[in-house]
Design a protein around this ligand. Structure first.
Ligand SMILES: [Zn+2]
Ligand SMILES: [Zn+2]
Length: 46
């Protein structure tokens, strides 16, 4: 068991990538992070 660096919920599985600054995020926070990254990218392109 690990805890999410963002919401502090204890979860079975965490995810990390370059966007999380080497912190471990739960699936909800990880998905949300990439959702906002995608939205931002779309906004920059328009
Ligand atoms: Zn979380
Ligand atoms: Zn990422």
């Amino acid at each position: 068991m690990t805890s999410c660096a963002k919401c502090n919920h204890v979860v079975d599985k965490t995810y990390d990538c370059e966007h999380t600054d080497d912190e471990e995020y739960c699936v909800e926070c990880y998905t949300e992070l990439h959702y906002y990254l995608t939205e931002k990218k779309h906004a920059d392109n328009s």
